[in-house]
Ligand binder design. Sequence first.
Ligand code: NAD
Length: 499
Amino acid sequence: MKEIHHWIDGKEVKGTSGRFSDVYNPATGEVQARVALASRDELDAAIASAEKAQVEWAATNPQRRARVMMKFGQLINENMDMLAELVSSEHGKTLPDGRGDVQRGLEVIELCMGAPAMLKGEFTDNAGPGIDLYSMRQPLGVVAGITPFNFPAMIPLWKMGPALSAGNAMILKPSERCPSTSIALAKLAQEAGLPDGVLQVVNGDKEAVDGILDHPTIQAVGFVGSTPIAQYIYGRAATNGKRAQCFGGAKNHMLIMPDADLDKAADALVGAGFGAAGERCMAISVAVPVGEKTADALIERLVPRIEKLKVGPYTAGDDVDFGPVITKAAQERINRLIASGVDAGAELVVDGRDLKIQGYEDGFFCGPSLFDRVTPDMEIYKEEIFGPVLSTVRAQNYDEALKLVMDNEYGNGTAIYTADGDTARDFASRVNVGMVGVNFPIPVPLSYYTFGGWKKSGFGDLNQYGPDAFRFYTKTKTVTERWFSGIKDEGGGLYFKAM
Ligand code: NAD
């Protein structure tokens, strides 16, 4: 059985805790490897060594650190297929999706090639008589990244790029379900010139996470995962005096106005609802057609598109639309939630529960499911399903649709399809959600903006990547400086001559 261990001080280091977790091939249902779960002692040793390595890394000038990012970006590009294959083999997403996962992470590394510009301080000349005032951004020291299973390349890169280019060392604790990509990325970072110890990949579960949260050396925690864990990590990190930015789950709505291009809206919903088996924090899981006519026409367009979707293993070729979900438990939970929707009276228009794929009968596959006439009191509306299930909630007018989004406890992403600029503008301005799409279903901002949800989708006050990330991973120091006049004016020439 293949074993996956840790990446400490620039090499693979065997776990010594004796605890392991299974890593599945979600397409076959087989255990393909086991990953070591770090003990507190192993974590402590990795942190101690990161603390030492960080001192010299922080003293390396920002341009040189940026050059490591340039080379790292080049190596990620050159190894795109290898990385995508690793992502897909443990996560189950299609290879084009796996490449997308790497690509969206790479874009943040590209941003970090310009980190020196983001790390500049401010300066006020003559803030008072003979007084200058300036600020500088300094790294925090050792920081941690704790990441989810659903983007095994992208989210670790979102964490490590800004943290490392700002001069910090990082303890990365990837998801134990998809651990291999982080190790592969750490190897490439080393090849790019990152000094050993600056990036430590510690595999583990709650024990390692709690160790990170309680360790006095760790200065900041960047987390992405489900809402209950995000809230837990935010609270415990803050109690221990650490900075924390913790991004959680989502329930993203798309409004479809009566004037929208319904074919384009249906295409967008199918991609955004079912792509990556719905295992995206920016997936659209709720369609909100406005008006009964819009709803009927939308459902009529969705059904044939959904029935055409091809579900299969990533190895079956690029025409597969999406793969399996991550675990048997996830598959069973999705099926249970679908049953609860039926019991609650929602109309199951397309039922994906009985999908069986020849040769992959034990794989964790869920076919695409479409619900109509879902209401906000139903469990399928309230829960983040994180599977290929699209719910339709019919709204009678724009205000009702907007209120639905506003009242939802999550606020990661949302979208509106309309031909009317005024409606779109009103929606973008008023909605209490962090990322908004106008005739654009998955509005993940580019790397020079920032990514972050509102309400229960994000805890903390700075977003991921973009300028916010450099603020999160640095502390501002402000210096008030005065030089007394005298020497140069009063015989200073003689004084300097005497020297
Ligand atoms: P998860 O919360 O189960 O796990 C995330 C990380 O937390 C993992 O590294 C895991 O080891 C650790 N963890 C799990 N349980 C823990 C516990 N009890 N104590 C301490 N640490 C624990 O999330 P997941 O299932 O890996 O990922 C899916 C979730 O992530 C979804 O809810 C999705 O919406 C969310 N997500 C959010 C964003 C975002 O930016 N908002 C992006 C991607 C995924």
